[in-house]
Write a protein that binds this ligand. Structure first.
Ligand code: SAH
Length: 365
């Protein structure tokens, strides 16, 4: 029912616009298309770098904005490429500075991405797939399964769309891949996008400030450890014993906590950096002091941070938010056991900033 561990192969991204004949290639696809085009135009290869700088650093919204490129080059680019393949279907702003975009993709699918403001931080939360195949029972993103992988260009476009919301004096500082989808099931397209995000000639966001959140797919975690252990990994646990975890995170059935923790440990060895474990607190389901005790024992002496996320209610689902009291008791047990724990503050709740929620609302409307 769920895709194999590493996911990638079984689920293709939509054909890039280039392959669809009538549509124009996306300049953000990292597929070598631009390099080949420049060569055909008799343009030096370094123009690709100049164009990239315009897109990422100088925030050009059109090719016409790229004023130091020769006029005929700008006209050619405008004819043969497009910068934006999405349109903004909805833009919501919360009082706390959180902004959320619902983006319509070229094939009519919709995804969400969010800009969070916290002190100096300008964190963006981006999606990796349309829908999700993991089936977590409390999450709005996967209620209708997965529709397709996002392309590298679509992942990058979210970053540029969100960057456009900032004044010129501010930069994006952190990326969390915690929007819609399971990022480790789309590594083939995600990794090239994150490479551009961290490139000094791209967005220049250091790897340490890029967090990839996963349901815990061991083979894909191992691949990330082998190829790129610099990213901060967050593993979504939500339960510390298999029966409950399989109920909440159905993909756990064929994996199991022993394998998830072993893969997390291997990633930690490869990266040398503290891991984060996420735990959504569902009232009356996984929020008892016993659950907290089990979680503390599961983590043992690992150098880990536990990110406790009070359930954000999803219309149509019967799960409850944890009471203040049970939340406090849960945190106390963990702290007394010496576990590093933080509660993820809820931002943008009023604009349905939790993953998948806005897209669902739109579809129900
Ligand atoms: N597929 C990735 C990214 C999911 S979104 C993963 O599983 O980690 C990031 C986090 O938000 C995950 O821990 C996810 O379980 C959690 N989440 C999903 N729906 C939620 C909800 N309604 N309330 C609180 N957290 C939620």
């Amino acid at each position: 029912m769920y895709p194999a561990d590493s996911g990638d192969a079984s689920l293709a991204a939509a054909p890039p616009p280039a392959a669809q004949g009538a549509t124009v290639p996306h300049i953000l696809e990292q597929d070598g298309h631009l390099g080949a085009w420049l060569e055909r135009q008799g343009q030096p290869a370094w123009r690709a770098r100049a164009i990239r700088r315009w897109l990422f650093e100088r925030r050009a919204a059109t090719f016409a904005d790229m004023t130091d490129l020769p006029k005929d080059l700008r006209t050619g680019l405008d004819r043969d490429f497009r910068i934006w393949t999405t349109s903004i279907a909805r833009h919501s702003k919360a009082d706390d500075g959180t902004e959320k975009l619902l983006l319509a993709l070229h094939d009519g699918q919709r995804i969400e991405c969010v800009l969070l403001r916290d002190g100096d931080r300008r964190t963006v939360c981006i999606s990796s797939q349309v829908g999700c195949a993991m089936g977590c029972v409390f999450c709005a993103s996967g209620l209708d399964g997965v529709i397709r992988n996002l392309t590298t260009g679509e992942i990058l476009e979210q970053l540029l769309r969100l960057q456009q919301l900032l004044p010129a004096t501010e930069r994006l500082s952190h990326i969390v891949v915690m929007g819609m989808g399971e990022p480790l099931a789309n590594l083939d397209r995600l990794l090239p996008a994150l490479a551009v995000a961290q490139d000094p000639e791209g967005l220049g966001i250091s790897q340490r400030r890029i967090t990839v959140s996963t349901v815990g797919l061991p083979a894909a975690i191992d691949r990330l450890a082998a190829e790129n252990p610099g990213y901060h990994l967050a593993v979504s646990l939500h339960a510390a014993e298999d029966q409950l975890r399989t109920r909440l995170v159905p993909v756990n059935k064929s994996i199991g906590l022993v394998e998830v923790m072993a893969a997390a440990d291997r990633y930690w060895e490869a990266s040398g950096r503290r891991l984060t474990f996420e735990y959504v607190l569902l009232g009356g389901v996984n929020d008892s002091p016993e659950d907290a005790g089990r979680l503390a024992r599961l983590l043992g002496r690992r150098a880990a941070l536990v990110n406790v996320i009070p359930y954000n209610s999803v219309a149509g689902l019967e799960w409850r938010e944890p009471s203040k009291g049970s939340q406090e008791r849960f945190l106390d047990v963990l702290r007394q056991a010496g576990v590093n724990v933080q509660v993820r503050r809820r931002k943008g709740a009023r604009i349905d900033a939790a993953c998948g929620q806005l897209r669902r609302l739109e579809r129900q409307a």
